[in-house]
Each structure stands twice: as C-alpha cells, then as structure tokens.
Design a protein around this ligand. Structure first.
Ligand SMILES: [Zn+2]
Length: 349
C-alpha cells in the first residue's frame, strides 16, 4: 500500500486545549503520527512517500472550503500576533462565538471575533505552524487520492495530522482545520469516480464531512460514532440526519452508546458496508480514527488492538479503490499498532 505522509505535521503542536473550565495539555500531539510511522517501518508495511508540492491543491481546497475561511486560516497567526505582540508566546484559542440569532455573513475586523466566527470549540489551538501543517496535510490526502484515482494504486493511506473530519467548509474545531477526507473524496470524484462513499470509523461523528456533502448525491457519507447526546461533537450525528435536497438519503449516521464493544460495533460496520454497496460507490474514503480503542483517554468504545485487523478485512470486502485518512486516536503508545492493524487486515484480506 502506498503511504503518503505529511512532512510538516510537527509544525502544528498545540500546547493546551480548554476542557471544562481549565486548560489541559493537548491530546492531539505530533507523537501520534510518529508512532504510526515507526510501526509501519517496524513491520516493513507499505511504501512511504512524503507529500510533495502540487499546483492543483488550491483549486481542490476551493472546492471544499470557503475562500474567506482559507484566507482567514492562512493569515490567522500573523493576525493573532498583530492583536497583541505578547500573543506570540501563546496559542490562539477562541473565546466568543456567534450562536443562533447572530450574524455570520459579516466578517468582523477584530481577530478574536473572526477566530470565533470560524470555529466551534476552544479545544483546537492554532499556532505559527498550523496553516503550513494543515495545508501539507491536505496535500497528503490529495496525493493519496490521486494515486488511487489514476489506477496506479488500488489503495493508499494519507498519514497526516492535524486530523480533518470535524472541519467544515468554513470552520475548524475538534483538532481539525482542513477536511482531508472530504478533499480526498473530491479528488476521487474529479479523478473519474462517479460515486464516492466516505465511511468514517472514528469514535467521534464526522460532522465536518457530513455538512460538506449534505446536499450532494455523488458522495455518500456514513459515520459510526459515539451517540452525540452524550459524546463530542454533540450537536450533529443523530440517526435522523439523512441528507437534504439532491443529497436526501446520502447520509447515514450510526450512533452507538458509550461503552459499546466490538461485536455490536461490527454490526454497525456491516450495516455501513451494506449501504456503500447499495449506493454503488466507485471508490471509498475511510477517515481512520483509532479512538474506538478501549484504552483511548477521551473516548468510550471498547475495541481491542486485534479487532482492527478484522476491521481492515471487512473494509477490504468492498473491493473498492480505497483511501484511508488518519484521524483521531489518543492512546498515543498504541495508535501505531492499531492503525497499521487496520491496513494490514485490509491488505491481507
Ligand atoms: Zn475522534
């Protein structure tokens, strides 16, 4: 399997995130990716390539993200420091948001207000290297998708962070800035796949991906995740969200209660696979979160490491050109083993 990795990921290394009234150390750390890379090398799995500059990236980004949001992200760090030179020693975290009844169409001059306009939580610190890391991450996903779309590769893994599936067309949050899986799906579409399925197996609902494709009939979005009544990101991910307009019927949410074990989770995966078949997808994108692991510090399912081999094998049963995008997974020491188990299970099936 081709593995494209993000050479700039460590430029994004948040110090603190807001959690229930206090600043706590970030869960989404560079070591996560390093552990996956080390495990790939230890097993001699996959052909590793670093993402390289690509002139087509900006056009692809503009198909998924709003121009004013991309402009905001690109300049965010400079604007944060311009607000107060002392900010250079701090990560940027939002503290004010436009909820119902406020206007989102007017972009405020005040940077703190823009930070809130383009985000939905205070858990996603932004720093000097965040844009570069996220942009190279988008490149990673695009290149993995193009290698698969061209037919040169039957599958590829975009090994990148920060993750992407919580990022919407014009907002960041949940540790995500640019939606790598959505970009991969779009790249597959533009590479010739008429219908693409995105099957998100991260513990958390893929709210960004759902919202990006909600009214499109050419991309089926499916997410298996902790029930949003109790689990982050809380405000989206219910079973009655089925898509809208042309996309009616093209979104499937499979929420499961906190504490769910592998056998019940696997039933949900089989339901998802049935839906991908019924959609007659030409290609598959898997936002690969490993925070369904029993040892994950911020999640609540109970999958064991060996289960991930079976997850990979089940995904392979679809026999589709497939792009995996690295998402969550915060049991840092185990995330490499769990991620590579999925890939190995997929390739051995
Ligand atoms: Zn997650």
């Amino acid at each position: 399997m081709l593995v494209i990795h993000n050479p700039d990921h460590a430029r994004h290394a948040g110090r603190q995130e807001m959690f229930r009234g206090r600043l706590v150390p970030c869960h989404e750390v560079p070591a996560r990716l390093d552990h996956v890379l080390a495990e790939l090398q230890r097993r001699r799995f996959g052909r590793l390539e670093a993402a390289a500059p690509d002139a087509g990236l900006d056009a692809l980004l503009a198909r998924i993200h709003a121009p004013r949001y991309l402009r905001f992200l690109e300049r965010a760090w400079d604007d944060w420091v311009a607000l107060d030179p002392a900010n250079a020693a701090l990560d940027a975290l939002p503290s004010v948001w436009p909820v119902r009844g406020f206007r989102a169409d007017v972009e405020p001059d005040n940077f703190a207000a823009r930070l809130g306009l383009y985000s939905f939580d205070a858990g996603t610190p932004l720093m000097a290297g965040s844009w570069r890391a996220a942009r190279s991450g988008a490149l990673t996903a695009a290149q993995a998708a193009r290698a698969v779309a061209s037919g040169k590769e039957s599958s590829a893994f975009a090994l990148t962070r920060p993750p992407g599936h919580h990022a919407g067309a014009d907002f960041f949050g949940g540790y995500c800035f640019l939606n790598n899986a959505a970009l991969a799906a779009q790249a597959l579409r533009e590479g010739g796949a008429a219908r693409v399925a995105v099957l998100d197996v991260d513990y958390h609902h893929g709210n960004g991906t759902q919202s990006i494709f909600y009214e499109r009939a050419d991309v089926l979005t499916i997410s298996i995740h902790g029930d949003p009544r109790t689990e982050y990101p809380f405000y989206l991910g219910h079973a009655d969200e089925r898509g809208a307009g042309a996309g009616e019927g093209c979104n499937l949410n499979l929420p499961l209660p906190r504490g769910t074990g592998f056998e019940r989770w696997l039933e949900a995966l089989d339901a998802a696979i049935t839906a991908v078949r019924a959609f007659r997808a030409d290609a598959l994108v898997v936002p690969l979160g490993l925070d369904t692991f029993e040892g994950d510090p911020i999640s609540g399912f109970r999958l064991k490491s060996a289960a991930y081999l079976r997850v990979g094998a089940r995904l392979a049963s679809l026999a589709l050109p497939t792009v995996f995008c690295f998402e969550g997974g915060y049991a840092v020491a185990e995330v490499g083993v769990n991620a590579v188990n999925v890939l190995e299970g997929f390739e051995s099936a």
